[in-house]
Write a protein that binds this ligand. Structure first.
Ligand SMILES: [Cu+2]
Length: 292
């Protein structure tokens, strides 16, 4: 029925069709790793001189004293940490710890928005430990898809429960002696509340950003954000409390190899140590669903 020539052509045509199909398939298999609601930006990297943003977080007026936590429901907590107290206002000498400070918006000198660059996560691992029936640290930052290691250093079972708005709920039991667990947050969110289903006083907050420009104030209220491209930015400081926390913002300009100052104040009549500007505006409430 077919001549020898026709058969050769037929085989060649089939082979070519299969090849075309195979290459089309492999193209469509490109994984969609960025599940953020923000549109995917071209991966532009920054490689020029950098500066920093540094400041201090004040607490004006008398801070509410930490309250003693009744941990009698779990003797393992009381024996390891007999002086368990609340951590929502850690104030020492008028300075506030556990404030999450970050670049909320703004652009580098060439006009590129900070969130439009592609940034690599800080190389140091981040760990959320459960120690003495408290989270250590109480507040921390992570980059989108950065691995968060969760450890249990207590002789009891914890149940770590991430309760985000932009990311999926995540709820895991971690008994005493269980190996570390890991978790990632794929979408920006300031901040993701974390709680323990076993110990209702246990709380922690994780700020998730697309860039590494965040810091948490230490016990002396100070913070430093390093490696910032020269530009003009809105810097925000977030403090926990109430349903969604309180956020204050200000504008700073970072020069190449320079350090911009960003002092904030919370508490009574918080007008930020005499620095005029956006700090005097009312606090912005959650949820902050802006793109970073
Ligand atoms: Cu717990």
């Amino acid at each position: 029925m077919f001549t020898k020539q026709t058969k050769v052509w037929l085989i060649l045509t089939i082979a070519l069709s299969l090849l075309t199909l195979a290459s089309a398939c492999s193209k469509s298999e490109t994984p969609e790793t960025d599940t953020s609601s923000a549109p995917t930006k071209a991966s532009k990297t920054y490689s020029g001189d950098v500066g920093s943003i540094a400041g201090s977080i004040a607490y004006n007026g008398a801070a509410p004293a930490p309250k003693k936590i009744d941990a009698s429901a779990d003797p393992a907590c009381g024996s390891k940490n007999p002086n368990l107290t609340t951590e929502d206002n850690v104030v020492k000498d008028g300075k506030l710890a556990n404030t999450f400070v970050y670049i909320k918006d703004g652009a580098a000198t060439d006009g590129t928005k900070i969130g439009d660059y592609s940034w690599t996560a800080p190389s140091n691992p981040i760990t959320l430990d459960q120690l003495g029936c408290q989270y250590k640290p109480h507040v921390m930052g992570a980059m989108v898809n950065q691995v968060i290691t969760i450890t249990n250093s207590d002789p009891t079972t914890h149940n770590i429960h991430f309760t985000p708005k932009n990311n999926p709920d995540w709820n895991q039991s971690q008994p005493n002696g269980a190996p570390p667990m890991t978790h990632k947050l794929a979408r920006t969110e300031v901040l993701v509340p974390v709680k323990c289903n076993q110990h209702p006083w246990m709380k922690s907050y994780i700020g998730v950003l697309r860039h590494p420009f965040f810091a948490v104030s230490g016990e002396d209220g100070s913070f430093t954000i390093k490696g910032v491209p020269p530009g003009t930015y809105t810097v925000a400081a977030w403090k926990e409390g109430g349903a969604t926390g309180t956020e204050k913002t200000m504008q700073v300009t970072v020069a190449a190899n320079g350090s911009a100052k960003a002092d904030f104040a919370f508490g009574e009549a918080a007008t930020a140590g005499g620095t005029p500007g956006l700090q005097m505006m009312p606090a912005i409430e959650f949820p902050m669903l802006g793109k970073h």
